[in-house]
Design a protein around this ligand. Structure first.
Ligand SMILES: NC(=O)C1=CN([C@@H]2O[C@H](COP(=O)(O)OP(=O)(O)OC[C@H]3O[C@@H](n4cnc5c(N)ncnc54)[C@H](OP(=O)(O)O)[C@@H]3O)[C@@H](O)[C@H]2O)C=CC1
Ligand SMILES: O=C1O[C@H](COP(=O)(O)O)[C@@H](O)[C@H](O)[C@H]1O
Length: 507
């Protein structure tokens, strides 16, 4: 990789210390950063290069997922870092920044790429992009790239406005929009799961699939982000981005050449274009919004959302959303997709469950007690893929019992998404970044829900913290003759079953 300067706006902030420095450190000690590499951190706080290095070092001790090695590599890693004070509105600060970047580039022969990482509030994106352009920072001898964090707008109009601002300084192929769910390894393996297994590939259609459930349940509440979350809610915070991305990654029928970012992004866009648009009246029947009341999480009492510090009095914000969607294309027509995400739920679990159609008649089923075949893809916090099948029960000659093929029986902790995504951005691989078309189309789909929520046309269902969410979310599936498959049920089923099939361990 050619020499590269990593210009980090928001270097004194939360995301930088929790995710970006640990990820850079991981890449460094694994030899995955360019040989000539420097990080210039930016913020308003009065920091020197030395205090900044100490800040970075502390963040590694606090947040790196593995042990920090106390050796020369740590010192040489910290040697990559420098700090400039920068106020986003101050043009002189950008000129000073440019001088510093150029001085470093001169020292290594004059050529360098520049990666601008905006770890700041999105309302600064437009100003930063034009300051980069006007100061000449954007004139590079190598490539320039812009990495930005979510949220990308708060509705269709604001997202478009933001994109117009960025487009004045950066071309679409230079913009890397992070959705950290795309950096999760199980999400990245979804396509391989289909392509490497003709059995699964063949079943991946409405002929065999009864319904699909995509879940991102969390046990945490709003934590220290009340100001942001009380305006965003689950719909903007998780649904419009992470959940829609999971839906796309699951349902694309991508060409064999996964290496092409353009192909993947095109297929994802086609999924969004095929989504049945929501009419205003559909919001009431297809969308459930909820808000947690007081309850307990892992035995500890927790307050109601409205009693959390920083939440506005009588807030009607959604901390839970469940939705039913349909993709109107050849493969998925008629298959309901149920999506749910929320805070303060019974367990932390991001998973996809594909429920296959029942082959037997209802009478035979009742008599023989089969369960539906399920493909369960656990994305986090632990990773796994399990296929639930029916086997003849030797103890009950007329009956069946569920058995499981477990592809990742060791249930490893998921890898850190930021390590993968920062590495990809440095390498110019945008496969697992979000194209503008996806942002625009997903906001378009969500817009009627935003409007219905704002006008309070949809009930706000309470649910107790620590529960499985509001009753209405269960009714959403019950109306179609289904129910949510939660983690505990699978576990209970597994405990009761004996392994029938040899376990397959994938690396
Ligand atoms: N934290 C998280 O877990 C996640 C964050 N994000 C996104 O990442 C971005 C950053 O979030 P986070 O780190 O939590 O935010 P913080 O509030 O912790 O940090 C904001 C950063 O912006 C800098 N800043 C604020 N105002 C100015 C200004 N006028 N001029 C220059 N710098 C300024 C601050 O520096 P200083 O105070 O020194 O001025 C600070 O470094 C946001 O877009 C957020 O939505 C996305 C996913 C998760
Ligand atoms: O982007 C966000 O994601 C986290 C959940 O991420 P996960 O990797 O732990 O599943 C969520 O808590 C946060 O509110 C949201 O902004």
């Amino acid at each position: 990789m050619n020499p590269t300067t990593f210009v980090l706006f928001g270097a004194t902030g939360d995301l930088a210390k929790r995710k970006i420095y640990p990820a850079l450190y991981h890449l460094y000690i694994h030899g995955k950063l360019p040989e000539a590499f420097s990080v210039i951190g930016l913020g308003r706080k009065e920091m020197t290069d030395e205090t900044f290095k100490a800040h970075v070092k502390q963040s590694l001790y606090d947040f790196y997922r593995l042990n920090v090695k106390e050796d020369d590599s740590l010192q040489s890693f910290l040697g990559l870092f420098g700090f400039n004070i920068l106020h986003i509105d101050d043009t002189d600060h950008f000129v000073r920044l440019k001088d510093r970047v150029e001085a470093w580039e001169q020292g290594i022969g004059g050529t360098s790429n520049r990666l601008f990482y905006l770890s700041v509030a999105p309302n600064f994106f437009g100003t930063i992009a034009s300051q980069i352009e006007n100061s000449g920072l954007g004139s590079v001898t190598g490539w320039k790239r812009l990495v930005i964090e979510k949220p990308f707008g708060h509705d269709v109009a604001s997202a478009r406005e933001l994109n117009d601002q960025l487009s004045q300084a950066f071309a679409e192929e230079e913009i890397y929009r992070i959705d950290h769910y795309l950096g999760k390894s199980m999400v990245q393996r979804l396509e391989a799961l289909k392509q490497a297994n003709p059995v699964i590939q063949a079943l991946w259609t409405n002929r065999f699939i009864a319904n699909v459930q995509i879940t991102a349940d969390e046990t945490v509440g709003v934590e220290e982000r009340a100001g942001y979350y009380d305006k965003a809610g689950a719909l903007r915070d998780m649904f419009q981005n992470h959940m829609m991305q999971l839906l796309m990654m699951l349902t694309i029928h991508a060409p064999h050449n996964m290496a092409s970012a353009e192909n993947v992004q095109l297929k994802k866009k086609q999924v969004l274009e095929a989504l049945d648009p929501l009419q205003k009246q559909d919001v009431l029947t297809n969308i459930v919004r909820g808000q947690y009341t007081a309850g307990s999480i892992q035995g500890k009492p927790v307050p109601a959302y409205t009693a959390e510090p920083g939440i506005s009095e009588g807030s009607m914000n959604d901390t839970f959303i469940a939705a039913k969607l349909h993709i109107d294309n050849y493969y998925w027509r008629g298959v309901p997709f149920y999506i749910r995400t929320g805070k303060r739920l019974a367990s932390k679990s991001t998973r996809i469950v594909i429920e296959f159609k029942e082959p037997l008649t209802t009478a035979t089923q009742a008599e023989q007690a089969t369960v539906p075949n399920l493909l369960v893809i656990e994305i986090g916090p632990k990773e796994g893929i399990t296929l639930q099948l029916n086997a003849k029960d030797p103890d009950h000659p007329t009956g069946f019992k569920p058995v499981y093929i477990d592809m990742y029986p060791d249930r490893k902790e998921a890898q850190e998404a930021y390590e993968t995504l920062i590495h990809d951005a440095l390498n110019g691989d945008s496969t697992f970044f979000v194209h503008w078309d996806e942002v625009d189309l997903s906001w378009q789909w969500v817009q009627p829900i935003l409007e219905a929520f704002a006008a309070n046309e949809v009930p706000l269902h309470p649910y107790a913290a620590g529960s499985h969410g509001p009753e209405a979310a269960h009714e959403l599936l019950a109306a179609d003759g289904f129910h949510w498959w939660f983690d505990e049920e699978d576990e209970a089923g597994k405990a009761a079953s004996e392994p029938l099939v040899e376990q397959v361990t994938a690396s």
